[in-house]
Design a protein around this ligand. Structure first.
Ligand SMILES: NC(=O)c1ccc[n+]([C@@H]2O[C@H](COP(=O)([O-])OP(=O)(O)OC[C@H]3O[C@@H](n4cnc5c(N)ncnc54)[C@H](OP(=O)(O)O)[C@@H]3O)[C@@H](O)[C@H]2O)c1
Length: 267
């Protein structure tokens, strides 16, 4: 005797994530991060802006609300200290849910304290590591996990020309940017196989709080111009991009100065 089995209902596939215009910017309360958030909102993106200073994030949200927006862009904010890396997975998931998915993550948070030529302050140095490197890894890992599983997405890390060589003026800031470069390159190599892009941005001098009081600076550009060039590089799926591009010449020269000469330079 054979028993008839009821035909199985067709399997309903889990709803696949689809690309859109949803971005998360870490370090968005001022400077380059804030300029990026504003540009994206103006272009119709849904943006989550993350940083510590709530009052500046509120100001950014108010400015974004006044922007002429193409395609209904919007901004949500979250107060977070990137040194608290253990908070990242939950916050990342919450923000991704609020935006309805994620296509772009930009890590722009960093600190660059003034360091005297004879100063060796471990606490100050480790804070830079926690923010510039630890935070980048915590947010980068969260982005990589999501982007790998959905098979699309772009991660942009704002590094610096300062990561090219070890300079007298900022031993640990430069170290953090060199570490970031290596981490981002490794993620790029891993994730390119599944269509995910990782872009390392190396700005020269940008007119922000970070460069205040530094005097006249070579090829100084505004934060908004930096944001424009960064988005252009991300869209072109550039692996690495100096911002503005002519810093590539400086990087090539300084990378090729032999150590016996470089240690005599006052940079
Ligand atoms: N300006 C330049 O000439 C230059 C050149 C090369 C590279 N860069 C890089 O560009 C990026 C943006 O810097 P910027 O020039 O725009 O300087 P900025 O105006 O000082 O911006 C730094 C951002 O990082 C955030 N941040 C710092 N510590 C944080 C923490 N513990 N938790 C969360 N957010 C934190 C700040 O927000 P809160 O303080 O509100 O937390 C702020 O939004 C940095 O990675 C910097 O290294 C800048």
């Amino acid at each position: 005797m054979t028993t008839a089995t009821a035909p199985r209902p067709p399997e309903t596939p889990a709803r696949a994530a689809t690309p859109g215009k949803r971005a998360l910017v870490v370090g968005a309360s001022s400077g380059i991060g804030a300029a990026l958030a504003k540009r994206l909102v103006a272009e119709g993106w849904q943006v989550a802006a993350v940083a510590r200073r709530a009052e500046l994030l509120d100001l950014l949200a108010a400015e974004c609300a006044k922007l002429p927006r193409a395609g209904g862009g919007g901004l949500v904010t979250a107060v977070h200290d990137v040194a608290r890396a253990h908070e990242v997975p939950e916050l990342f998931e919450r923000l991704a849910r609020e935006l309805g998915g994620l296509d772009l993550v930009v890590y722009a948070a960093a600190v660059m304290p003034k360091v005297a030529k004879d100063e060796y302050d471990t606490e100050k140095d480790l804070e830079q590591l926690a923010v510039n490197v630890g935070g980048c890894i915590a947010w980068g890992n969260a982005a990589a996990r999501l982007f790998q599983s959905q098979r699309f997405g772009t991660l942009v890390g704002i590094s610096s020309i300062a990561g090219e060589r070890g300079r007298k003026g900022a031993p640990v800031y430069g170290t953090t940017k060199a570490a970031m470069n290596t981490y981002l390159e490794a993620l790029r190599n891993r994730l390119s196989e599944c269509g995910v892009h990782v872009c390392t941005i190396k700005p020269g001098f940008v007119d922000t709080d970070m460069t205040k009081g530094m005097g006249k600076l070579l090829w100084l550009i505004s934060a908004d111009e930096a944001a424009r060039l960064i988005l252009k590089a991300a869209r072109a799926r550039a692996n690495e991009r100096f911002v503005p591009r002519q810093w590539w010449i400086v990087a090539t020269v300084i990378k090729n100065i032999p150590s016996f000469l470089f240690k005599k330079l006052n940079v």
